[in-house]
Design a protein. Structure first.
Length: 577
């Protein structure tokens, strides 16, 4: 293809909207353009890259036994209500009504739609297992779209859904998809880290993310440096194990002491000249149906993801000051465990937020078990208790993991090495969904005895646009993009340094010869200065550059430059493939 047929859409200046290198380079090199916040157009070069990534994904999915289908982008609200997710998805799900008043969603994901399709034709165990996938557009009304294709409102995803008679069969396909994903990302030139992940709104018993290490990533990964252990998980999934175990402490008399205007653990610790590890921190959350009082060690931060997984609500938010007063009879900052008379599922409290009776319960972090000499709120404004003892002042039968794990905590698997943290971009995610959707949506097949059984499911997703930008994030330098050959729009960028019509005709003949031989080549035939062409060749990032200069016109030799290393060598036209 020639520049006169396929123009370059490069920009001379860095776009203001771009905050990270990969986004800046995709815009400046003419691969994408922003249409609105979170919506991007793929320009010709960009669409060529996207199609190559799509082809790699399709080849590997087909090779690993998946079957391609195509579902509508719009999904009826009835399907989401069957699964119970119509309200859970919240404001991120784009919703609309047709002229008849029927509600639809612009699909952010397709578990419901694929399960509805499966129940139309799956009747017997003989049809299982089956793995159906599609490559299609998704919509999520992100509150803060950012970083270009990394987090946007319209994006393309490959999502696959497998159906199985047994957990063993599900595990086999899960492992098969794990291998397929490794192969896909390797072919795309990406180095990924597979980590254990929280299942979130998707549900299920297990999930794993494929992460590309990057400083712009929204995921925090915690990794065990012990190669014999190999623990890798995102922060939300990692169980907290303190590097220095919490001391049991000495039993002492409980005393209520004044702490005027001292609310946070930091303030009270400074006021009393005590270490934060001797505190019991209270954090109160609220859902549609519950008010949840959580107690954790005072030197740590709570994990909202872990609390949400223990709640029955659809959304989790910090409780208001009014709700905390109604729950404990004290303002925020002075909540403690002494004297509370709730915690089981029969206990109710009125929430001032919506004047609704809600279940009130208490969750204690396991690291508080058996400890003495603790400090916590006295459920009275301006006062804290010191000398609290487990068994006398507070007690719990079941402790929970409520703390957000951090770098330098102990690895929860080997419990000998300190965790290392890194940030990363999620490019793929696989789930063991179990029977969450098949059960809720009435999917049944007959087993060998002719009895109806509920299939178990798996789910496997890859964001294609995000993968494309992540490739750039991992493959660029100060001059521009450095595409891996497998996804580059073209293999060669042909630069002509012709100074007259005769030389121009010789370069054109070279290009035509390469075309006939099937060589993937982009010919920059613009009437531009050599410096402009070299600049754009580096910026657009094709793997190799062919320079037709003096050596070509005098001796018939071409200069070949490797974009990644800058290495140069001479070659005859017939040696180019």
């Amino acid at each position: 293809m020639k520049a006169s047929q396929l123009p370059l859409f490069t920009l001379k200046e860095d776009p203001r909207e771009a905050q990270v290198d990969s986004h800046r380079l995709l815009l400046r090199a003419g691969y994408i353009r922003r249409q609105a916040s979170g919506f991007y157009t793929f320009l010709p070069f960009g669409y060529l890259v996207y199609r190559k990534i799509e082809q790699i994904v399709r080849e590997e999915m087909d090779a690993h036994g998946a079957v391609e289908v195509h579902l509508p982008v719009l999904t009826p609200a009835e399907l989401w209500r069957e699964s119970g997710r119509w309200d859970i998805m919240g404001e991120e799900m784009m919703r609309l009504k047709d002229r008849h008043g029927h509600e639809f969603a612009l699909g952010p994901t397709h578990e419901e739609a694929m399960t509805a399709l499966a129940r139309e034709f799956l009747q017997s165990y003989k049809q299982l297992p089956i793995n159906l996938y599609q490559i299609g557009t998704k919509y999520r009304d992100e509150i803060r779209p950012r970083y270009g294709l990394i987090r946007c409102r319209e994006f393309v995803m490959k999502d696959a859904y497998s159906f199985h008679l047994t957990e063993e069969s599900l595990h086999e396909t899960y492992e098969l998809m794990r291998r397929a994903y490794r192969r896909i990302f390797e072919r795309c030139g990406l180095e990924t880290i597979a980590v254990e992940a929280d299942t979130g709104n998707m549900g299920g018993s297990a999930s794993e993310e494929f992460i590309v290490a990057s400083s712009i990533g929204e995921e925090t990964l915690l990794l065990c440096p012990n190669t014999d252990c190999g623990f890798r998980a995102n922060q939300e999934k990692t169980t907290f194990v303190p590097l220095i175990p919490y001391e049991v402490g000495q039993r002492e008399e409980r005393a209520k002491i004044p702490t005027p205007n001292q609310k946070t653990v930091e303030e009270v610790a400074a006021f009393l000249k005590k270490d934060r590890r001797s505190f019991m921190k209270a954090v109160v959350y609220e859902t549609e149906d519950e008010i949840i009082l959580c107690f954790i060690p005072g030197d740590r931060e709570i994990s909202e993801t872990k609390v949400k997984n223990l709640s029955s609500g659809k959304s989790l938010r910090l409780a208001s000051e009014e709700a905390i007063w109604a729950l404990c009879g004290a303002p925020p900052g002075y909540v403690g465990p002494v004297g509370l008379r709730f915690g089981d599922r029969e206990s109710m409290v009125i929430s001032p937020n919506d004047q609704k009776k809600k279940i009130a319960k208490v969750l204690f972090d396991e690291n508080l078990r058996g400890r003495h000499g603790l400090i916590s709120g006295a459920n009275e404004g301006g006062y804290h208790y010191v000398g609290l003892s487990y068994g006398r002042d507070f007690h719990f039968d079941k402790g929970y993991d409520l703390v957000e794990a951090q770098e330098h905590d102990l690895c929860p698997r080997c419990r000998t090495s300190k965790l290392k943290a890194t940030r990363g971009i999620e490019v793929g995610h696989i789930f063991k969904l179990g029977r969450k959707y098949s059960e809720a949506m009435g999917l049944r097949v007959l087993d060998e005895k002719g009895l109806p059984v509920v299939p178990t499911m798996g789910c496997y997703g890859i964001g294609l646009g995000r993968t494309m930008q992540t490739i750039v994030e991992q493959n660029h330098d100060e001059r521009g993009i450095v595409w891996p050959e497998s996804v580059s729009p073209f293999r060669y960028y042909l630069i002509s340094l012709a100074k007259n019509s005769e030389e121009e005709q010789k370069v054109l003949s070279l290009y035509q010869m390469l075309q006939k031989r099937g060589v993937s080549c982009y010919f920059d035939d613009r009437q531009e200065r050599a410096g402009v062409k070299f600049h754009d060749a580096d910026l657009t990032g094709f793997p190799y550059q062919i320079i037709a200069g003096r050596s070509f016109f005098e001796k018939g030799e071409l200069e070949i430059k490797v974009r990644k290393t800058g290495e140069k060598k001479m070659a005859l036209p017939e040696e180019i493939y």
